[in-house]
Design a protein around this ligand. Structure first.
Ligand code: SF4
Ligand code: SF4
Length: 87
């Protein structure tokens, strides 16, 4: 039998997806955001929250550093930075 699995979208909120992350993490610049929600919608961990432009934030407890949010942002308002960066 398998251990606990992420069985449905959004369940990562209840089942912490572990402490690992790739070597990069997103930095939301909050400068040119237009509030389109694309980052929120694409995030497989459901860890981006926000409602108004320039308010979106990432919960690093869940982020896996996949870079999807940065790739899809139409305003380049999310950049991937090195994990050890304090920015
Ligand atoms: S890097 Fe991936 S997991 Fe992290 S916030 Fe962006 S889309 Fe979500
Ligand atoms: S994808 Fe970019 S512009 Fe759209 S809400 Fe996210 S940060 Fe803002």
């Amino acid at each position: 039998m398998f251990g606990p699995l992420i069985s449905k979208p959004g369940s990562s909120r209840n089942n912490k997806t572990g402490s690992w992350r790739t070597e990069t993490k997103p930095k939301l610049l909050k400068q040119n955001c237009i509030g389109c929600k694309m980052c929120l919608l694409i995030c497989p961990e459901g860890c981006i929250t926000g409602a108004e432009k320039n308010t979106y934030a990432c919960d690093y407890l869940y982020c896996k550093g996949c870079g999807g949010c940065a790739a899809i942002c139409p305003k380049a308002d999310i950049v991937m930075i090195k994990e050890e960066s304090k920015d």
